[in-house]
Design a binder for this molecule. Structure first.
Ligand code: 2P0
Length: 350
């Protein structure tokens, strides 16, 4: 008996940033966060998972290159938790008198995952990657669990991954419990709620970032004084305000909070010692241009946000997108005429 499942998961881009863990192993954050999940046709991961009696160990290929599963605690966490839940499910079915339960939990798994965008360049590849991996495993094992339950498993692969299990506007509630059982993603509004909002991604650099998010946030927690102010006062207030702005479809409020939170996240990085600078001169030029664009008589028309890298994500209402692209292209004429995303079939990697 063997079986293969293929799934895809989109990237999410935070507007209230996650930065800092209170528990490194369980990946429990020091603050709640909120993101927008991009549509699947933009940035996505596609993953195939399979089990077979012929497999002799768990194996995973990322963009065609094999990763050593035994060396990744995060991959092992996701595999062992989904396998444990499968085994629990098998036992419960047997208890109910079902004598022909397939013992899927005893098989090894192979997984192949492909991103259609640069991996580890601050474009949230671990978010879509782990969300896709966990979702595919849950489907492979036919687990009767909720999406929020899946988000808690994905969180143990990469924090931001828990938010990619839902579409639309998604909060990762930090939770209070020590075991992380209340640290999960919840959907604030579905993708149909505010379809006028679009995202533009400016790839300033597709190079791998110098400081990984995991080690960067560790140093921040140890050294930044500004982080304490951020997690105790600023983020709790902003979470409420931005949820209200999303519910009311108040773009100006949404955009102002988004830009301020991006600015504060990068200020916290700079307040880390030794400092972390994810923004480069081009990123700063983008901030300058957007600030100028927003200073006209119509007020705020677009919001920038930057993750752990120099690439900008701009959120704006559909009505402003054409003008915005013309404006940006004028200052940053593209050296590549027609970049196309590659997307090989992950199944061919097995
Ligand atoms: C976010 N970032 O909220 C923030 C904003 C980057 C800047 O989540 O250690 O890759 O795997 O939990 O999820 C990046 O952190 O870190 C991130 P781990 P992750 O999207």
């Amino acid at each position: 008996m063997s079986k293969t499942i293929t799934c895809s998961a989109p990237v999410n881009i935070a507007v209230i940033k996650y930065w800092g863990k209170r528990d490194e192993e369980l990946i429990l954050p020091t603050n709640s966060s909120l993101s927008c999940t991009l549509s699947q046709d933009q940035l996505q991961t596609r993953t195939s998972v399979s089990f077979s009696p012929t497999y002799t160990k768990d194996r995973l290929w990322l963009n065609g290159k094999e990763e050593d599963v035994s060396k990744s605690a995060r991959l092992r966490n996701c595999l062992s938790e989904t396998r444990r839940l499968r085994s629990e499910y098998e036992a419960s079915l047997e208890k109910k008198g079902n004598s022909s339960v397939a013992k899927l939990s005893q098989y090894f798994v192979h997984a192949a995952s492909i991103n259609n965008f640069p991996t580890a360049a601050g474009l949230a590849s671990s978010a879509s990657g782990y969300a896709c991996f966990v979702f595919a495993l849950c489907k492979l094992y036919e687990l009767p669990i909720s999406v929020s339950d899946m988000s808690r498993i994905a969180r143990t692969g990469s924090g931001s991954a828990c938010r990619s299990l839902f579409g639309g506007f998604v909060a990762w509630e930090m939770g209070q419990l020590k075991d992380g059982s209340d640290s999960q993603a919840v959907q604030i509004a579905p993708e149909t709620h505010w379809p006028e909002i679009e995202a533009i991604i400016l790839v300033v650099s597709d190079a791998k970032k110098a400081t990984s998010s995991t080690s960067g946030m560790q140093t921040t927690v140890q050294t930044s004084e500004l982080l304490q102010h951020r997690i105790s006062e600023v983020v709790p207030r902003r979470m409420k305000e931005i949820i209200h702005a999303i519910e009311q479809k108040d773009f100006k409020a949404f955009a102002e909070i988004t830009m301020k939170d991006s600015n504060q996240f990068h200020a916290v990085c700079l307040d880390t010692y030794p400092p972390i600078c994810y923004l480069n001169d081009v990123s700063k030029k983008v901030i300058e241009l957007l600030t100028a664009y927003n200073s006209g008589p119509d007020g705020i028309k677009a919001a920038y946000t930057f993750d752990a890298g120099p690439n900008a994500v701009i959120y704006a209402p559909k009505a402003n997108i054409k003008e915005l692209i013309q404006f940006i292209s004028f200052y940053f004429p593209s050296p590549r005429s027609n970049p196309t995303a590659y997307f090989p079939d992950p199944l061919k990697i097995f």
